[in-house]
Design a protein. Structure first.
Length: 280
């Protein structure tokens, strides 16, 4: 039996996911593949490297550092989340990511990116986090506050713009069971968007503008499908019981801990149900 894990994004709401995954590590929950997007990708890699607590640790440690994330970085580099410091210096030097353990897990790890020339999602298997960091960065490159990320001549932005919760791609990989970790409560639906701001800043990429402007429709349809699959017992979903009170680009470390603990508690509370689901 093959078990897949799907990780939604959501900026700093992803610390909820980090908490759930740490509960999974504590309970020795194993999966056979991970499909992630945006913050789900950035924090999810620590699950396969078995670095419990790393995501919450480095975010709390560096969030007040002027080089990490914020207006200064945006004005000087074009990226709200600093490329060189946050994506390279932190995981390679200051709070080292364990690439060896990640590779030794043998578990396929996929990230979702949005090709802004086609407007379509693309999915990449990450074998080496350091060597493929630009794909991880692309997966979480929020529009307007991030430069377009180019990888092998292709132009990418945040994967959540074209496939916020990549359940269908995960199903296409042939998993028998799917665990889905969301960062919004069951009642959440995205509001309609005019797409004006996308047309203003990305008008030369009309296919991207079209997809991004209709993101709310695709997201809401995906949520309805997830609820249906959940009710049918085909997938197991862990989600917050209520909206997480944290901004996408939050800078309060106490908020980080609060959201992480919510995920950790929900993850711990779900372990027996997860095991029961996997044994069916």
């Amino acid at each position: 039996m093959k078990v897949g894990l799907v990780l939604e994004g959501g900026g700093m709401r992803g610390l909820y996911t980090a908490g759930v995954l740490d509960a999974f590590l504590d309970a020795d929950i194993h999966v056979d593949g991970v499909v992630s997007v945006s913050a789900g990708a950035l924090f999810g890699v620590n699950f396969l490297s078995k670095q419990r607590g790393r995501a919450i640790r480095y975010n709390k440690r560096f969030i007040k550092d002027k080089h990490y994330m914020g207006l200064r970085s945006w004005l000087t580099t074009g990226n709200m989340v600093n490329k060189d410091f946050t994506y390279y210096k932190v995981p390679m030097e200051l709070d080292r990511f364990d690439q060896d353990s990640f590779a030794q897990s043998g578990v396929p790890f996929y990230v979702t990116v949005t090709n802004i020339e086609t407007g379509q999602p693309e999915y990449y298997k990450i074998d080496h986090v350091f060597e493929q960091m630009e794909l991880l960065r692309a997966s979480s490159a929020l529009p307007l506050v991030s430069k377009i990320v180019e990888v092998d001549g292709k132009k990418y932005l945040d994967g959540g713009l074209s496939d916020s919760i990549p359940v269908e791609f995960a199903k296409s990989l042939g998993f028998d069971k799917l665990i889905v970790i969301l960062t919004q409560p069951i009642t959440y639906r995205k509001k309609a968007s005019s797409g004006r701001i996308y047309r203003m800043f990305y008008g030369k990429y009309p296919k991207f503008v079209s997809v991004a402007s209709k993101r709310y429709q695709h997201y809401n349809q995906t949520v309805e499908k997830i609820i249906q699959l959940e009710n049918e017992g085909q997938i197991y979903v862990i989600r917050p019981h209520q909206a997480l009170q944290i901004g996408r680009l939050e800078k309060n470390p106490e908020k980080f801990e609060e959201i992480y603990q919510a995920g950790l508690q929900d993850g711990m509370g779900a372990i027996e149900d997860v095991k029961e689901y996997l044994e069916k």
